[in-house]
Design a protein around this ligand. Structure first.
Ligand code: G4P
Ligand code: NA
Ligand code: NA
Length: 192
């Protein structure tokens, strides 16, 4: 997506060789027009997959996951970050380390909203090491639903997340691939 690359160049701020601040379009502010365009792109790429639910993890994945679900005409379910002591015996939980926050969090999804006969498309904002993604993939596996694939807005190719997930045989589509942030410069990779 050329428009997205341009927005990343204009609004992205390189924080280090590893981290790109994308608050202006993904992690703080959201552009509805651009986000709906991303949703249409994901919906087109997974049009033949028979998706019955789109899932993501709160919070930054929700906007683009919503746009994708809207285009596909299916519900969106977002995994919650657990901070409550109200135990739900029906919930699927996984513990994941968070790359940016440097802490461990628990994510959970109720079995009410993910069923064995579901065909699930997992949408996320950024994939780095893939820890959060792996947590949600485990939840999907434990639910018995079928994971048809992952769609991520930004794939950071220099971290292992996307590669590891593809090596597991999971389809992963990214809208933009970032090869490097070295020297404060955003270098894009070729689309796969
Ligand atoms: P992931 O690749 O599966 O997301 O897991 P990872 O453990 O690698 O990343 C954890 C969190 O760090 C994710 O957000 C991810 O989007 C964020 N992150 C990783 N690299 C970058 C980066 O270069 N820039 C920014 N802005 N974020 C990055 P999260 O913890 O799920 O939080 P939230 O954004 O949903 O609140
Ligand atoms: Na994020
Ligand atoms: Na996310």
């Amino acid at each position: 997506m050329e428009t997205l690359k341009q927005r990343i160049l204009n609004e992205g701020k390189v924080i280090s060789d590893q981290v790109l601040n994308l608050d202006g379009l993904l992690n703080h502010q959201v552009d509805p027009q651009l986000t709906m365009e991303m949703g249409r792109e994901f919906a087109a790429r997974f049009a033949e997959a028979g998706v019955t639910r789109v899932i993501t993890v709160e919070s930054s994945g929700i906007a683009v996951a919503f746009a994708t679900a809207y285009e596909l005409g299916v519900p969106l379910v977002f995994a919650r970050r657990k901070k409550t002591l109200l135990a739900d015996p029906d919930a699927l939980c996984e513990r994941v380390p968070s790359f940016t926050k440097g802490i461990v969090t628990d994510i959970m999804m109720s079995r009410k909203y993910i069923k064995e006969n579901d065909r699930v498309l997992f949408i996320d904002d950024i994939i780095a090491n893939g820890d959060a993604a792996r947590g949600l993939i485990k939840i999907i596996e434990r639910s018995g639903a079928e994971l048809v694939g992952l769609g991520v807005v930004v794939e950071k190719c220099f971290q292992a997340g996307a590669r590891t997930i593809r090596e597991q045989g999971i389809t992963l589509e990214s809208l933009v691939r970032i090869e490097s942030l070295e020297g404060g410069v955003i270098t894009f990779g070729e689309s796969l």
